[in-house]
Design a protein around this ligand. Structure first.
Ligand code: PMV
Length: 323
């Protein structure tokens, strides 16, 4: 029997970095989807095939008997999910795992989506039907096994989908109602490891706790206000909150010149709000636009060196695909 699960990526709307420090954030699931198919093998091997490996005609294979961290970078999130599931539910039969999804992830949550799709498919293959909360807890631990840090907001987006009000580690996971977020996502073309940026903010916090802690408190207030603006579809206010939050991220030292260029280009072309999304240092920014400004903002982002990332938001959380 082969089980296939599909999970979405994410866009962090407000609360970036502060969410690592017990503050809330707002995140929406992005319909950039990653699928994981799993079937059992007759031996005790774990084989993994990713799109990158298939391009090179390669197949990854290891014995399941010594499955433990640290895992190779290319297969780390899949292996961490398998290891967590075997530890929790038992298992050990060989597995053939095939992952699929866009080769460029834009920093929009490929790791968390692959972790969640792997865990959903494997637990079902082993005969367990996990509740979203159980799936979140398991996957969050698997991600921590690989990264050692992170709030879990991306895992929650992959599991629950939609748009969430989320507090570090899943202390609160509150789905917010459906609305049409008028956002345009721009990719900066730069990539920097999330973990390094989380460390750089930790370092700043350690050196200047009395300055950085109030920034996290301010982030919390912006998120609380942003949540209400979202629920009221008050986009003008939400745009202001995005701009204020961008100032916080600038203060935390995670903005870049390239991201700034895209953010100012979007604002100058009529976006009512623009900010980076996630750890910073590169990856994506997004802009809030009225319908009439959509084309001019897209053109301005491209002129400023960005790439438009066109995926639907408020996407469905993990689901199974029939073969
Ligand atoms: O870089 P991303 O998209 O993985 O986002 C990281 C967001 C942080 O708040 C910096 C870290 C976290 O896990 O919440």
């Amino acid at each position: 029997m082969r089980i296939t699960a599909s999970a979405p990526g994410k866009l962090l709307l407000l609360g970036d970095h502060a969410v690592v420090y017990d503050r809330p954030c707002l995140v929406t699931a992005v319909d950039i989807r990653y699928t994981v198919s799993i079937e059992t093998r007759q031996d005790t091997l774990l084989t993994i095939s990713t799109p990158q490996m298939r391009d090179k005609g390669q197949l990854y294979s290891r014995s399941l008997e010594d499955l433990a961290a640290p895992f190779p970078q290319e297969t780390a999130f899949v292996e961490a999910a398998v290891a967590r599931i075997f530890a929790q539910f038992g298992g050990g039969a060989g597995l053939e795992i095939v992952t699929d999804g866009p080769q460029i992830s834009y920093g929009l949550g490929s790791s968390s989506a692959v972790t969640v799709a792997t865990a959903a498919a494997l637990t079902r293959l082993l005969g367990h039907d996990l509740k979203p909360r159980q799936l979140f807890d398991l996957c969050y631990r698997a991600v921590l096994d690989v990264q050692g840090t992170g709030s879990g907001f991306d895992v929650a987006a992959a599991v629950y989908g939609g748009t969430l009000y989320f507090v570090s580690g899943g202390q609160v996971i509150e789905p917010l109602s459906q609305f049409d977020l008028p956002l345009i996502i721009g990719y900066s073309g730069e990539k920097v490891g999330t973990v390094n940026l989380v460390r750089s903010v930790a370092d700043l916090f350690e050196r200047y706790p009395n300055l950085v802690d109030p920034l996290f408190n301010l982030s919390q207030r912006v998120v609380e206000k942003g949540r209400i603006a979202l629920l009221n579809s008050d986009w003008a206010q939400f745009g202001d909150y995005m701009n204020i939050h961008q100032g916080i991220l600038e203060s935390l030292g995670v903005n870049t010149e390239r991201l700034s260029r895209l953010i100012y280009a979007a604002r100058d072309a009529g976006a009512s709000g623009a900010k980076l999304s996630g750890a910073g240092g590169g990856d994506c920014m997004f802009a809030l636009v009225d319908q009439h400004a959509e084309e001019s903002v897209k053109a301005a982002l491209i002129r400023a060196g960005g790439q438009i990332v066109d995926y639907a938001l408020h996407a469905q959380g993990v689901y199974f695909i029939q073969d």
